[in-house]
Design a binder for this molecule. Structure first.
Ligand code: NAG
Ligand code: NAG
Length: 182
């Protein structure tokens, strides 16, 4: 019996569909697919001998000004809010450029989330965005990634989760990623 045209089309689709899908997945070794939510904590020490952030370039307008100042940071990414019983899963590395002339802080930030442990080890996410306030939630665009996060995009919301010492801060990091094309 000759198959009808619709069933031929269906067979063709079934034959073709999995091939590019499997090829793409095999290349990355990724475990994330579809919409993915990743929940982490950023631990920052902003002063003292073990500071993870510093002002690399002060404002050219003088010691009292902030416009034009550039900060660099290499904070810890952990799977929990308490450094004593959480695991280090990566680094939160990037720069802050103070771009707010009339409404500080108004920072432009460029951050790489570099995964150094666990199943995402060796993969990275890149995010960009403003920092309008250090006391309320900070939202940034996730503009791409490498390794398991190739073609990922989405957004990141960070909220302050505590200050374990007078020189440190912990932020809760919620990443919402579209991994459909990764
Ligand atoms: C800085 O780090 C070193 C090495 O981990 C540690 O021994 C020291 O206590 C830390 N200092 C402060 C002020 O946290
Ligand atoms: C980590 O330690 C803190 C303080 O001792 C405790 O409150 C918390 O429940 C612990 N968390 C985990 C995941 O063990």
């Amino acid at each position: 019996m000759t198959p009808s045209l619709p069933s031929l089309l269906l067979l063709l689709l079934l034959a073709l569909w999995p091939a590019p899908y499997l090829a793409a997945r095999a290349g990355t070794g990724a475990s994330d697919h579809g919409f993915t939510h990743i929940h982490l904590y950023m631990h920052e020490t902003f002063a003292g001998p073990n500071a993870t952030t510093l002002t690399a370039v002060p404002s050219p307008l003088g010691a009292d000004a902030t416009f034009g100042a550039i900060g660099v940071l290499d904070d810890e990414l952990r799977d929990g809010p308490d450094a004593r019983n959480s695991s280090l899963v990566g680094r939160y590395q990037g720069l802050f450029l103070n771009a707010g002339l009339v409404s500080p802080p108004g920072a432009q930030s460029a951050i790489n989330l570099v995964f150094t442990a666990g199943e995402r080890r060796g993969s990275t996410l890149a995010m960009l965005g403003p920092v309008l306030s250090f006391t309320s939630a900070i939202e940034r665009a996730v503009v791409g990634g490498t390794g398991a996060f190739r073609m990922a995009r989405g957004y990141c919301v960070m909220t302050r989760a505590g200050s374990p010492t007078p020189e440190s801060l912990v932020y809760e990091v919620d990443l919402f990623l579209d991994m459909y094309h990764a």
